[in-house]
Design a protein around this ligand. Structure first.
Ligand code: NAP
Length: 257
């Protein structure tokens, strides 16, 4: 199946659509009438989700893509055709060690995925987003992109950089028909985020959400993204921060233990 298809529907590309927030966002954008292009490294997962969405009467395609692979991103962009919305969601955290003992390789990997991944995909799709006459770039940062916490320096540094990318891009392309929307969630309980962060250690991953009555869900964030994207073209939601009620800051969390 070729990616460039004739369709009246507007096209939304979601990176990291194989799990969590990305998968939920793909579902909600499809339900909102977008033709969704699901990308992530795990082909089986995005193909299964695309099949599920197609069976439900939506338009969905899967395209395996590592956002850190510039050549692959360029090839993707050249085969995509029209693009109206890009959701830069691929990313995540690795480790929670203090600065004194943090692993530089994890810091580098987080920078490559969250920052350079967003840079590669945004740069390569910007011509199509602009040509659409009404494009939207969503950048999924985090509350870690706006304040730090102990053990969070590597992730917070990457998310701060991703925030700066979004803010600078908005300045640079003002006057062109492309919005730049940053969505910065606090604690979201997704099945893989904390497991990935702690190298598959379930006990450590569970501890992140211990006693928190209702962390945000992937669906909560997906709804927020879909709402922001669905505003009239002249309305740019620059930055939307959302947290669970039980979380007042990155370090102030109410736990019932
Ligand atoms: P998740 O379930 O672990 O999802 C991460 C997604 O990123 C996966 O689909 C993964 O797919 C993809 N990904 C990772 N590296 C990639 C690469 N090199 N190329 C392409 N795709 C890649 O985590 P999530 O909670 O949904 O997080 C999604 C985004 O929200 C991330 O940017 C994260 O930093 C941010 N966020 C999360 C939270 C939270 O508390 N969960 C809070 C604030 C912000 P593959 O492995 O299949 O490639």
């Amino acid at each position: 199946m070729t990616l460039a298809q004739d369709s009246a529907a507007r096209t939304a590309v979601v990176t990291g659509a194989s799990s969590g927030i990305g998968a939920a966002t793909a579902r909600q954008l499809a339900a909102a009438g977008f033709r969704v292009v699901l990308t992530a490294r795990r082909k089986d997962r995005i193909e299964a989700l695309a099949a599920e969405l197609t069976a439900a009467g939506h338009q969905a395609l899967a395209y395996p893509l590592d956002v850190t692979d510039r050549a692959a991103v360029e090839t993707f962009a050249s085969t995509l055709g029209a693009c109206h919305v890009l959701v830069n969601n691929a990313g995540g955290a690795l480790g929670a060690d203090p600065v004194a003992s943090g692993d530089p390789a994890q810091w580098l990997r987080m920078y490559e995925t969250n920052v350079l991944g967003t840079l590669h995909v945004t740069q390569c799709l910007l011509p199509a987003l602009t040509a659409s006459g009404d494009g939207t770039v969503v950048v999924l940062t985090s509350t870690a992109g706006h304040a730090t916490y102990e053990g969070g320096a590597g992730y917070a540094a990457a998310k701060h950089a991703e925030h700066v990318l979004a803010e600078t891009l908005r300045l640079e392309i003002v006057g062109q028909p492309v919005r730049v929307i940053e969505v910065a969630p606090g604690m979201v309980k997704t099945e893989e985020f904390s497991l990935t962060r702690f190298g598959g250690d379930e006990a450590k991953a569970d501890k992140v959400y211990a006693g928190v009555a209702e962390p945000l869900t992937a669906e909560d964030v997906a709804e927020t993204i879909t709402w922001a994207v669905a505003r009239p073209s002249h309305v740019n939601i620059d930055l939307l921060v959302l947290r669970p009620r039980a979380q007042a800051s990155n370090t102030k969390v109410h736990r019932e233990l």
